[in-house]
Design a protein around this ligand. Structure first.
Ligand SMILES: [Zn+2]
Length: 69
C-alpha cells in the first residue's frame, strides 16, 4: 500500500499518510489540507531487498506475470 509523506504548509508538520487514489489527507495537527507531497519512502524501497530483480521465485527468467506485475 502506498504511504505518502506530506508537509503541512500551514504549520510545517511533516507526517506520513496512507492515501487512496482520490483521498485528500489533512494535517493531524491543524487539519489543513494545504500540503506539500514529499517523496514516498515506500516507492524508493519497493524494489530493494527482494534479491535478484530478474527472478520472483516462481520462475527463473523474470518473465512471468509475478515478475512484471
Ligand atoms: Zn498543519
Amino acid at each position: 500500500m502506498p504511504i505518502f509523506e506530506y508537509k503541512c504548509k500551514h504549520c510545517g508538520k511533516v507526517f506520513e499518510c496512507l492515501v487512496r487514489k482520490h483521498d485528500i489527507p489533512a494535517c493531524p495537527d491543524c487539519g489543513s489540507q494545504d500540503l506539500t507531497k514529499l517523496m514516498s519512502r515506500f516507492a524508493t524501497n519497493v524494489r530493494k531487498g527482494s534479491g535478484s530483480q530478474s527472478s520472483c521465485g516462481t520462475c527463473s527468467g523474470g518473465t512471468c506475470s509475478t515478475c512484471r506485475g
